[in-house]
Design a protein around this ligand. Structure first.
Ligand SMILES: [Zn+2]
Length: 214
């Protein structure tokens, strides 16, 4: 299962030799700087920073107020010179860029759908997607419908007699025109068509218009 929560990433560490105030031995004192990162399987964004001085002999964490001056000086230098890497958030940046791209693409598509539906032309071909229940959850089937009449806001379509899963849709597309379409005509209003255009808000809808070709 993906880890969700805050992890501490050590981004700098150094040691000084000094007397440990806890075990009173001359020891290597490790100074470590940590950057907290909120992760959901991958690092999403940075949280607060944390630092720690640890005695490598007695393994105790030394409170800053008790730490030897030499260790504190070293710590001050490290804090100003060492910066946590931002590369661990690369995947998050990638996700954000993808989301921006998808939303731009969606609004471009929506513009196209609106234009085509508001001004329907005989011959426009709508690609449709219908969800049907299957053993492994809903499965999507693709098909087409073609405008054969336009009467004000009442638009007549002939339905394609075939449907296919996503990978096989080109097989339907390449069938001869005279074998492809139903004789029966079904009617939609412009408003109904717009409500059925695929969008982020109707992901669960059984029937959506996935594309329009002119
Ligand atoms: Zn110690």
């Amino acid at each position: 299962m993906a880890k969700i929560g805050i992890i501490q990433v050590k981004y700098a560490s150094d040691t000084v030799a000094d007397k440990c105030p806890i075990c009173n031995k001359l020891s290597e004192l490790e100074i470590a700087l940590y950057q907290g990162a909120f992760v959901i399987g991958f690092p999403l964004f940075p949280t607060s920073k944390k630092s720690e001085i640890t005695c490598t002999t007695c393994k105790n964490s030394i409170p800053f107020r008790n730490a030897p001056n030499f260790a504190i000086d070293k710590y001050d230098t490290m804090v100003t010179t060492k910066k946590p890497s931002i590369w661990i958030y690369t995947f998050s940046y990638f996700i954000v860029v993808m989301m921006i791209w998808v939303s731009i693409q969606t609004s471009v598509d929506n513009g196209k759908f609106k234009k085509y539906i508001d001004d329907p032309k005989i011959g426009d071909v709508y690609e449709t997607k219908t969800k049907k229940p299957s053993l492994l959850g809903d499965k999507s089937y693709y098909s087409f419908m073609k405008i054969v009449s336009v009467n004000n806001s009442r638009i007549g379509f002939k339905l394609c007699l075939f449907e296919a899963t996503a990978g096989k849709i080109s097989e339907i597309k390449n069938k001869p025109e005279d074998e492809k379409w139903s004789d029966e005509v079904v009617y939609y209003t412009k408003e109904e068509l717009k409500q059925n255009v695929a969008s982020m808000s109707n992901l669960d809808q059984k029937f959506v218009i996935d594309d329009i070709e002119r």
